[in-house]
Write a protein that binds this ligand. Structure first.
Ligand code: SF4
Ligand code: SF4
Length: 444
């Protein structure tokens, strides 16, 4: 039975180098740069990326998205989901092997540090299987301290997107933010120091449903059974080429033998490809393990255009086009009008009926200077409007009372629809509202 009922077999994957690992290291470097540098970048004085949960707004490269832009969040989630479906159906678990944060930190930091402090895989295993000694204790203490420091760095980098990198590093963020850094540090520490491949095998939801997204045309890690088998029998390029050296198994961080066929545990890290490439290279042969579709092993040509890839690709294109259209028509400010709580209308001594509203304006434009807004009432002939000037600084929200007065007419309907037009120097939006005339129900 899969799960925690079985005793965990601790893995000691052997280190390996090769073209695929070099490509992974370049990818890791780029991802580290994005993760650690982005929170320090500012655009027009504001963070380039900042998820301000208490303020309910998101800064994204000079644009500000507020609660009224929730539709973009929905589209973003849909885009991410269908991207995952699309790329998984085409290329399998490339995300897991090349970009998943757990894989990146394990291979970029944890395993190299482990080898540096505790030695190679044979030495590590021998020491772990032996009794506790001073040598074993100090190495473990140093290693776990390094993992704790690394977990703290990762946690603070992650929290920087929410609380600001400068604030967190200078000690000016709030206690909640530091408490969350502590929680994320503990979670990362547990994962990097202990949980590791178990997360992929038992907890990761993506690993669970990837089986439904792939088929025999998907590019995955494949062992060339036609050339490799029967293993260890011959030393030839085209038949029985596998010399059963076990290198592909020794390097696997998931503890699987890819020669048994594609397995859901495989994270496409390509370590077995590089390992076999070294072994086969010495014999003058091509690697027996490579990226490829299962269909190729049966002599078929893999299809890129399949119902599922066309469907996912079409949906992705549709989502991207919709977002582009919505972004093009998006106003640089939010405005909302609502009736002031308390009364529907008031009759003034001069024969006018007064309705009072609250107008809320959020300036989503990044810039030094506050933006002045003008307000007009449309669709109410003879209406008077009383309102103070409204000037809103960047990213701020202001709520001001808006009074609309209309001369009382005995034959007026009880409710008159009208619009409040709010204009910035560049854009204007019209808000629907209603005016209560004070007329009787019988008049309608
Ligand atoms: S089988 Fe190969 S690609 Fe898959 S996890 Fe193991 S080493 Fe990585
Ligand atoms: S590394 Fe290559 S040759 Fe060695 S056991 Fe694996 S598949 Fe066979």
């Amino acid at each position: 039975m899969l799960g925690f009922a079985t005793k965990r077999k601790w893995l000691y994957p052997q280190a390996v180098t090769g073209p695929w690992q070099r490509l992974r290291w370049w990818t890791f470097g780029l991802l580290h740069l994005v993760l650690f540098a982005t929170p320090w970048i500012t655009v027009q004085g504001a963070p380039a990326v900042w998820i301000d949960l208490p303020g309910r707004k998101v800064h994204l490269v000079g644009a500000i998205f507020t609660a009224s832009d929730t539709i973009f969040l929905l589209f973003l989630l849909l885009f991410m989901a269908f991207s995952l479906f699309f790329f998984t159906s085409l290329f399998g678990r490339l995300w897991c092997g090349f970009a998943c944060p757990q894989t990146v930190f394990l291979d970029a930091w944890v395993r190299p540090f482990e080898e540096w402090i505790e030695g190679g895989w044979v030495e590590r295993r021998r020491r772990d299987e032996g009794p506790w000694s001073f040598d074993r204790a100090w190495r473990k203490a140093v290693k776990w301290s390094v993992f704790l420091a690394l977990s703290f760095l990762v946690a603070i980098a992650f929290m920087s997107y929410f609380a600001g990198a400068r604030e967190l590093w200078t000690g000016t963020a709030g206690p909640t933010e530091y408490a969350l850094v502590g929680i994320f540090t503990a979670v990362w520490y547990l994962d990097l120091a202990w949980f590791r491949e178990q997360f992929c095998n038992y907890l990761c939801p993506y690993a669970r449903f990837q089986g439904a997204l792939t088929d025999s045309d998907t590019v995955t890690i494949q062992y060339d059974i036609n050339r490799g088998e029967p293993r260890g029998v011959e030393d030839a390029a085209d038949k029985g080429a596998c010399i059963a050296c076990g290198k592909c198994v020794f390097v696997c961080p998931q503890g699987i033998d890819i020669r048994d066929g594609f397995q859901l545990e495989c994270i496409a890290c390509a370590k077995c490809i590089d390992a076999c490439d070294i072994v086969m290279g010495k014999l003058g042969h091509k690697t027996l393990i490579d990226f490829g579709a299962e269909a190729e092993l049966h002599g078929a040509k893999p299809r890129r255009l399949r119902p599922r890839t066309v469907l996912y690709g079409g949906l992705l294109t549709g989502i991207a086009a919709t977002v582009a259209i919505l972004l093009a028509g998006r106003a640089p400010f939010d405005a909302a009008v609502a009736r002031a709580p308390g009364s529907l209308f008031t009759e003034d001594a001069d024969g006018f009926v007064r309705n009072t509203y609250l107008l809320r304006v959020t300036n989503k434009e990044i810039g030094e200077a506050p933006v002045p807004f003008t307000v007009q009432v449309e669709g109410l002939d003879g209406a008077q409007m009383l309102m103070q000037d409204i000037v809103v600084a960047t990213t701020e929200t202001r709520t001001v009372p808006l009074i609309v007065r209309l001369r009382h007419e005995d034959d007026s309907p009880r409710t008159l629809p009208f619009r409040v037009r709010v204009s910035s120097p560049t854009t204007s939006v019209a808000l629907d509202a209603t005016f209560k005339t004070g007329g009787h129900i019988d008049d309608e």
